[in-house]
Design a protein around this ligand. Structure first.
Ligand code: TMP
Length: 224
């Protein structure tokens, strides 16, 4: 448990709807009087965002799988030291889209790399920092694919989104394996639900899972 702040991560396959929910949660916590940092991986600091661009922008040269793992880890080291740890030390609620679980799901379960190797590389980069709570957005792979395709009509799919459906299915199953019997996780099913109903569930999860947050005390009436 992080001593002062609260480290909340949102995970899930591409197109699972976590960015919208992260933004709405940020607004909710902000209105409740919490100091909030909304951030994402890969990225979050200018340098880590540069690394994001290198990883995700499709190029003629294919991205070697070990290079891919190391770039995610490098971006994470930069992000954790430059942004996340200082924010937690000052008592903020850090809402981070994706963290080490994404490396385990995508590079581990998706690409087939050894989970222990990924875990060890990440520990070298960020020490023992771990989320206090992880919200895993689970959604049918086909539904996610449609959502990604809708977005990609404007900007084109990125390097990871463009991988085949079998890869994304392995990622989804990998996330569920990581969450199984792990009290750090709360699995949120997106099946047939609208944004508002999911947001209501998230808010009540937060109320029960982070009672130590003074800013959330006495805000029951704000939960629709
Ligand atoms: P985003 O578009 O949800 O921000 O995520 C960027 C992509 O990077 C997404 O396809 C998941 C992938 N990813 C990994 O493969 N490994 C990681 O460690 C992280 C953080 C993201």
């Amino acid at each position: 448990m992080n001593d002062k702040g609260f480290f909340l991560t949102l995970e899930g396959p591409d197109g699972c709807g976590k960015s919208t929910q992260a933004r709405l949660l940020g607004e909710y916590l902000d209105e409740a009087g919490c100091q909030v940092l909304l951030t994402r991986e890969p990225g979050g600091t200018p340098l880590a965002e540069e690394i994001r661009r290198v990883i995700l922008t499709p190029s003629r040269e294919s991205l070697d799988p070990m290079t891919e793992i190391l770039l995610y880890v490098a971006a994470r080291a930069q992000h954790v030291k430059g942004l996340i740890l200082p924010a937690l030390a000052s008592g903020k609620v850090v809402i981070c889209e994706r963290f080490i679980d994404s490396s385990l799901a995508y590079q581990g379960y998706g690409l087939g790399w050894d989970l222990e190797l990924i875990e060890n590389l990440n520990r070298m980069a960020v020490g023992d920092l771990s989320p206090d709570l992880t919200l895993l957005f689970d959604q049918d792979t086909e539904e996610c694919r449609k959502r990604v395709q809708g977005r990609a009509q404007n900007k084109g799919a990125d390097r990871i989104e463009a991988r085949d459906p079998a890869f994304h299915q392995k990622v989804r199953e990998g996330f569920l394996k990581l969450a199984f019997n792990n009290p750090r996780f709360k699995v949120i099913s997106g099946a047939g639900r609208d944004i508002e109903s999911i947001q209501r569930e998230l808010r009540s999860v937060l109320k029960t899972r982070i009672p130590k947050l003074a800013c959330l005390n006495g805000t029951d009436s704000n939960i629709p």
